[in-house]
Design a protein around this ligand. Structure first.
Ligand SMILES: [Mn+2]
Length: 237
């Protein structure tokens, strides 16, 4: 079994939760990933933290294996790169990412439908959800944050996944050094955090990127505390 872009077994989500023996190694796992945090759970581990996306690694592997790139394969790999690099815009995007993307376009890949599907088209419920989130934006020091109540999701008929990208949108705000979105869940609050500045410990941020907070109100102020070094110095321009 090949698991791609899984930093650990639990990332297989429902497939992992429904039957943990599926990923316990009884079936040998080939683990292909680019997360620096990958815990090497496979019998074969192909981990390249320098790659901007796992599909960048897959493109190289397919070339090594002599696989003929069909238009469909090229399109899927290109979509993986665009998805993980927000359209070749993240810091993780390297010359290799751009060369691989160009090779995939040479093989019939087309960025236009990918950009439309991933970054342009959005549902009405998404827009209404974002409206609610932006109305509730607050600052705690250099931390910009907002919260989304379950009732808001219910009112606009939005899924949790429709709030994805909001934290990246907020972290691009001038004067912010970290951004957080608090989500109300049936069991408490869940926080998603991002930082764009180099002097905020990215590894710490990555570890707390998604944290479940069991008690609703008691822990909210704790969750809202900015990352340790985030409040000590002003934002570098
Ligand atoms: Mn990835």
């Amino acid at each position: 079994m090949v698991l791609a872009d899984h930093s650990d077994r639990t990332r297989a989500g429902k497939f992992y939760r429904d039957d943990k023996s599926r990923t316990d190694g009884t079936i040998p796992i080939i683990n292909i990933d680019h997360h620096v945090t990958n815990d090497r759970f496979g019998v074969i581990n192909i981990i390249q933290p320098g790659a901007a996306s796992t599909t960048e690694i897959l493109a190289d592997l397919l070339a090594i294996w002599g696989t003929v790139l069909t238009r469909d394969i090229a399109q899927c790999l290109l979509a993986g790169i665009y998805g993980d690099t927000l359209g070749l815009r993240t810091e993780s995007t390297t010359a290799r990412t751009l060369r691989t993307s160009a090779d995939l376009v040479d093989n019939g890949g087309n960025p236009v439908p990918i950009v439309n599907a991933l970054f342009r088209l959005k549902s009405k419920s998404s827009v209404m959800l974002w409206r609610a989130a932006l109305r509730g934006v607050q600052w705690t020091g250099d931390l910009i944050w907002t919260e989304l109540k379950q009732s808001t999701f219910d009112e606009v008929g939005a899924q949790r996944s429709e709030a994805e990208g909001m934290v990246n949108f907020l972290v691009g705000t001038e004067g912010s050094r970290a951004a957080a979105i608090l989500y109300e869940t049936p069991t408490g609050w869940r926080v998603s955090m991002r930082s764009m500045t180099e002097d905020v410990d990215v590894a710490v941020i990555a570890r707390i990127e998604v944290v479940d907070i069991p008690a609703p109100l008691a822990c909210r102020s704790r969750a809202m505390r900015p990352p340790r070094r985030a409040s000590s110095t002003p934002l570098r321009k």
